[in-house]
Design a protein around this ligand. Structure first.
Ligand code: DAH
Length: 360
């Protein structure tokens, strides 16, 4: 038997267990008493020195002590575990008053936004959207639009030509969206009311020109379409797009091979003090080209000019975006610079029709 008498061993150990203030301290006490070299285990081992009844009695007493220590260890362990859990619950509450972390939110590119606005305005007037290829034949880009090979207008377009095919025909990157007029008139019968937005290409590069840019074409063909329709449609468009109800709009005689007569459309503005203000002052700003479709163009598409006529228009989308949103340089449009996008971009889920005052 060990030096300490069993009753003291029991009361000392249980007192230490009850005083233990952590699960680690409790584990140390368990090793101290019940572990291989612990006090109770050593006492058990020393039983071999006793004989007969004394050995049996001492054995029973030690077993009872071991059991009571085990019970006390378990009880203290669950008390400490519960206290630890309560402390954790108290200290780790979720503070629902905290503002959510900001999420990285994308922006709508001013060009996408402008296209949405233009489309929304013309959709309200009953136009649908038509498309055509970026790589065009010379016929659709020029000839069918009344620009024959020797025509001086070809020089003005700074055309990108592709490598000629076996027969020497050169395809072009379309220099304007006007070829979609031809493709549409070949495909569907009048009445026609379409817009054709898309990419266009010219060999030109500076602060207001890019070799790739965007245009939006418009075409209306019917039996009794006249210049009054052209004017009304484009005045309404300019006023809705720039959000100025009484915006002055001027039709200035011009020349395009595919329209006759042709008119450049200007809007009223002021350039006083270096800034540009749309809708005020007595200056003018060119916005788009337009005209009554040339009868030769209708003939190229198999439409009888004695029965049908119509009007067409075309505008540069970057140009009207820059004017409306005060963007001074065209080049950053294609730079994918996030700082520029955060400054000039638009938040998503903010449909343009709300701002344009269009009906639901
Ligand atoms: N295609 C012309 C250009 O790129 C723009 C244009 C002018 C289109 C008059 C038209 C139009 O449909 O009628 O400069």
């Amino acid at each position: 038997m060990a030096n300490t008498d069993p009753a003291t061993l029991q009361s000392d150990t249980i007192a230490r267990i009850e005083a233990a203030d952590s699960l680690d301290a409790l584990e140390a006490i368990r090793v101290d008493s019940l572990g291989k070299k612990g006090s109770v285990s050593l006492a058990m081992r020393s039983l071999g020195q006793l004989e007969g009844d004394a050995r049996r009695e001492a054995g029973q007493q030690l077993n009872a002590i071991k059991e009571s220590i085990t019970t006390a260890l378990e009880a203290r362990k669950s008390t400490l575990a519960e206290a630890a859990l309560n402390e954790k619950l108290a200290s780790e509450t979720v503070d629902i008053s905290l503002a959510p972390r900001p999420e990285a939110e994308g922006r709508i590119h001013p060009l996408s936004r402008t296209l949405e606005e233009v489309t929304a305005i013309f959709a309200e007037m009953g136009f649908t959207v038509a498309e055509g290829p970026d790589i065009e034949s010379d016929y659709y880009n020029f000839t069918a639009l009344n620009i024959p090979p020797e025509h001086p207008a070809r020089q003005e377009h700074d055309t990108f030509y592709l490598t000629p095919d076996a027969e020497g025909r050169r395809k072009v990157l379309r220099t304007h969206t006007s070829p979609v007029q031809i493709r549409t008139m070949e495909k569907i019968k009048p009445p026609i009311r379409i817009i054709a937005p898309g990419r266009t290409y010219r060999s030109d590069h500076d602060a207001t020109h890019s070799p790739m840019f965007h245009q939006c074409e418009g075409l209306v063909i019917g039996k009794d379409i006249h210049m009054g329709h052209l004017k009304g449609c484009l005045i309404d468009f300019c006023r809705a797009f720039f959000g100025v109800d009484d915006l002055p709009v001027r039709f200035r005689p011009s020349y395009f091979p595919f329209t006759e007569p042709s008119a450049e459309v200007d809007i009223g503005c002021s350039r006083e003090g270096g800034g540009l203000k749309i809708g005020a002052g007595d200056d003018w700003l060119e916005i788009l080209g337009s005209g009554m479709v040339n009868p030769r163009v209708l003939q190229h598409c198999g439409i009888d000019p004695d029965e049908y006529q119509g009007f067409a228009f075309g505008m540069g989308l970057e140009r009207i975006a820059m004017l409306k949103y005060g963007i001074p340089d065209l080049r950053p449009f294609y730079d994918s610079d996030l700082r520029w996008m955060r400054h000039y971009g638009f938040v998503p889920f903010d449909p343009p029709s709300i701002h344009l005052g269009l009906g639901a």
